[in-house]
Design a protein around this ligand. Structure first.
Ligand code: B3K
Ligand code: ZN
Length: 855
């Protein structure tokens, strides 16, 4: 049995104490930072007799209560709490602690990223800075004085507005910040360092000027331009779409190299993984540009959905994350192509969230039981959470949704609330009954829709029956029916007329009748209107008609994917199986008829390994990899001249429009990925690499070269390394490419890569590029029958357990999802999991996942 205990949503009780103000003085030093915290506290319950504060990895120096120093027998100290008996209704507590940022490789609380100090407090990192009521429903007004050496740390930053600064003796200086908005401790931030600063400003729609500041490592200033433009676009979009303005006088973003995740929305002072800030055409891909804009927007949008209205407790995380992902997805869709953005969202959900929801860590978007909160920043809470918000948007319409948002802010601004509060605001603002809909928050697993159709040619009546099925799971053996919005298109194959309908499935099974002159072809789940799997026995001919005739681009793309999946499944069983010419003819028509290059690139992209895994029970990974390669080879051979034509057109393409250039590059890379399967076209790859004046084409060429001729790949990779050895983010890409090589000597290669001076497990980006890169980009060797791939991952998890449990816990995901694979692989994976489980001092993050996977 593990020493860690779980917490339950049902156990929530309100805090017995409120912290009105926090006055922090942080004197920075690498190994011994001093934190003085003055708290003004109010007792909220008559019966409360002791105050229990959270604290971890702290050295307690002193406590004083209303000016009187407490001696050791006047409080109780454990590894995780400080308990102080109190009789007063209002009192002031001053707590002095010491911490060691330099030794903090877990990167939670206050830590060093290179030469800079920075913090990460969500979810429960503030307790590693000082003793506190570290829970999101305790909101307080923070004043923070930061003291440090002036030469080494010219910039001292914290939340809110700067209210004072000055010099101290011995080269020290200080800056004091005040944040007028009460906030939970997870939104606290502090940064100190020497940076280059990109400054700009934004005038809000009501005419207030906001200073915008982006801090980056010295020399990187030009690479912050795109982030700045993205920030301004986000601010304008939120005003236009939701009437939401920024509230402080300054908005700061700091980019750091050592960071556990993408970014953090601390009030007025976002801290970002440099990966989501820095970009220029030479060093960043089009996808990097897209992601930077999306993450900048996401963190900015949190200022209202997360900061102004926050979560009552961590079980409600999707209240802010699902909603904010939905907002950033809508923003990206408005900034770029709606349909392409939507398809990309669905690809992530299906490849990764569906797998999570079918695995041992499956949980509802509002989990009920948590051991380590950091384990619940999941695809389910974020991406499925966003789909749930999107369904509300679909059910209410854009206008109704806006009314609901307005009411939500009117009711809850400045408060810490629940997912139910959000849904109630949506229902009350529009009169829509969302009682049944609320079950989406409590139920885990991916629902399945079973669709049946019948056409009576005499009465011209078309009947559609849809039932819902919910696979029981270990933690939820009895599932309930849900309220599911299903957008469909009825396509008349003769007149090519398309009728769109929104159906609401609210019981186990429902039927709808339509009168149709000809037997229609039905496209189900237009715009992917619900996060479900669809079981509908449609012929390849019907799917082809959807592909050409549907109005909805998601349905068109999905129809093509279904046909590809069908053939990939057959090839996985028998690699020599024949693929009908009609399949190649269909692709050929896509190539010649579709005008939108970005969409064409998506249509021509085969389902990924991960997308296929969720389609086949107990898959043999080696056969699946071979099937994907085989289908690629067949398409390349059958459509060679057409693909070559597309490639050449892309090469010659010229446009001043950025969106068109991006689309063109993605089509160019997709066609290259096919052509590179043909030996006669190998030189295209080399030519593209040397000609490229941007990272998208260079990386496209390297990715194609991986599976081609080894000696050429080696030459290109060493050229790439020589060019980029000093650019950390590009070298991360180099590490991923190096780990993706599907060669028998890959394990030796991985060992050599880890021995390099520029490799360190302490840097999350680097660890993820190598380890995560191997695991996700090299399925053939990760899932190798010998089990060496699993062993490699398990060894890294054991190493990371000591260094950074959060990173370890993310990387373990593919091992715990062993049920997706054949029995032999399941056993190999379980053996590795059992080995990890025996590691001494296993972090809570891993204990929780191993318990779930192995019991
Ligand atoms: N709220 C942060 C995530 C914090 C993760 C803590 N392990 C970033 C975001 O979702 O915007
Ligand atoms: Zn977020």
């Amino acid at each position: 049995m593990s020493e860690f205990t779980a917490r339950y949503l049902s156990d929530y009780t309100a805090s017995e104490f409120a912290i009105k103000t926090v006055n922090l003085t942080v004197t920075l030093s690498n190994a011994a930072t001093h934190v003085s915290s003055e708290l003004t506290i109010e007792k909220l319950s008559d019966t409360a007799s002791e105050l229990t504060l959270d604290g971890e990895h702290l050295i307690l120096k002193s406590i004083s209560l209303d000016g009187k120093t407490l001696s050791k027998n006047e409080y109780m100290l454990s590894d995780t709490t400080l308990v102080i008996p109190v009789s007063q209704n209002q009192f002031t507590l001053v707590i002095e602690t010491e911490i060691n940022p330099e030794a903090n490789t877990a990167l939670e609380g206050l830590f060093k990223s290179g030469d800079a100090f920075c913090t990460q407090c969500e979810a429960e990192g503030f307790r590693r800075i000082t003793y506190y009521l570290d829970r999101p429903d305790v909101m307080s007004v923070f004043t923070t004085k930061v003291i440090a050496d002036k030469d080494a740390y010219p910039y001292l930053l914290s939340n809110g507005n700067k209210i004072e600064e000055g010099e101290l003796g011995e080269g020290q200086h200080y800056v004091t910040w005040h944040d007028p908005f009460p906030k939970p401790a997870y939104l606290f931030a502090l940064v100190a360092g020497d940076f280059d600063l990109l400054s700009d400003s934004y005038q809000t729609s009501s005419g207030r000027d906001v200073a915008l500041e982006i801090f980056v490592d010295k020399g990187n200033l030009p690479k912050a331009e795109h982030a700045m433009a993205s920030l301004k676009h986000s601010m304008a979009w939120d005003e236009k779409t939701f009437g939401l303005e920024y509230d402080l006088d300054i908005y700061m973003i700091v980019a750091v190299d050592f960071f556990n995740m993408g970014a953090m929305e601390n009030k007025g002072l976002n801290v970002f993984n440099s990966k989501y800030v820095l970009a220029d055409k030479a060093s960043a891909t089009d996808t990097d540009y897209f992601n930077i804009e999306a993450v900048i927007a996401h963190e900015y949008f949190h200022n209202w959905t997360g900061n102004r209205v926050t979560c009552r407790d961590w079980f409600q995380l999707s209240l802010k994350e699902g909603l904010t992902v939905f907002r950033d997805q809508q923003f990206s869709a408005d900034m770029h192509s709606k349909s392409v953005t939507r398809i990309q969202n669905v690809k992530v959900l299906r490849a990764m969230q569906f797998a999570e929801d079918a695995g041992p860590m499956s949980h509802p978007i509002r989990p009920e039981k948590v051991m380590e909160m950091n384990n619940f920043y999941t695809l389910t809470v974020y991406e499925k959470g966003s789909e749930v918000i999107r369904m509300i948007h679909t059910l209410l319409g854009a206008e109704g949704f806006r009314q609901g948002m307005d009411l939500y802010f009117k009711r809850f601004d400045g408060m810490a609330v629940t997912c139910d509060d959000f849904v109630n605001a949506m229902a009350d603002a529009t009169g829509k009954d969302l009682t049944l809909f609320k079950r989406w928050y409590a139920q885990s697993g991916t629902p399945e829709l079973i669709v049946e159709q019948n056409y009576d040619s005499v009465s011209k009546r078309f009947d559609l029956n849809i039932s819902q099925f919910h696979r029981p799971s270990d933690n939820q053996p009895n599932k309930h029916d849900l309220h599911i919005p299903i957008r469909i298109e009825l396509i008349d194959p003769v007149t090519e007329e398309v009728t769109s309908k929104l159906l609401e499935l609210t019981s186990a099974s429902q039927s709808w009748s339509f009168s149709c002159t000809h037997k229609p072809v039905v496209a189900v789940l237009a715009d992917f209107s619900a996060p479900v799997k669809v079981r509908f026995d449609q012929s390849n001919e019907e799917l082809s008609q959807i592909l050409t005739l549907a109005d909805d681009y998601f349905c068109r793309w999905d129809a093509a994917q279904k046909i590809m999946q069908h053939h990939l499944k057959r090839l996985t069983i028998d690699i020599t199986t024949d693929i009908p010419t009609s399949f190649f003819e269909m692709l050929s028509r896509c190539i010649s008829d579709i005008k939108d290059n970005a969409f064409k690139a998506l249509l021509l992209t085969l389902p990924s390994f991960d997308e296929m895994v969720s389609q086949i029970e107990q898959v043999n990974a080696t056969s699946l990899c071979a099937a994907i390669e085989q289908l690629k080879q067949l398409i390349a051979t059958q459509l060679e001249s057409q693909l070559l034509g597309v490639y050449q057109q892309c090469e010659e393409f010229q446009s001043v429009d950025e969106g068109e250039q991006v689309a063109n590059r993605s089509l160019q890379n997709v066609s290259l990925s096919y052509l590179s399967a043909i030996t006669a076209h190998e030189e295209l790859t080399e030519k593209q690499y040397y000609k490229a004046n941007n990272m998208t084409q260079a990386l496209g060429a390297l990715t194609a070269a991986i599976k081609q001729n080894t000696s050429m790949f080696k030459v290109l990779m060493s050229d790439f390394e020589n060019q980029w050895r000093d650019t950390t983010l590009v070298m991360d890409k180099w590490f991923t490419l190096s780990a993706s090589v599907p060669n028998d000597d890959i394990y030796g290669q991985l060992t050599a890569l880890m021995a390099r001076d520029d490799f360190s497990m302490n840097n999350p980006n680097r660890a993820r590029s190598l380890v995560g890169g191997f695991v996700t980009q090299n399925p053939k060797y990760f899932h190798c029958e010998s089990g060496r791939g699993y062993q490699f991952l398990a060894d890294r998890i054991v190493e990371l357990n000591k260094i950074n449990p959060q990173v370890a816990s993310r990387l373990i995901t593919p091992l715990i999802q062993f049920k997706e694979f054949d029995v032999a692989r399941q056993n190999l994976m379980k053996t590795e999991l059992q080995r990890i489980q025996k590691t001494p001092e296993l972090a809570r993050d891993l204990v929780e996942k191993l318990d779930a996977a192995l019991t």
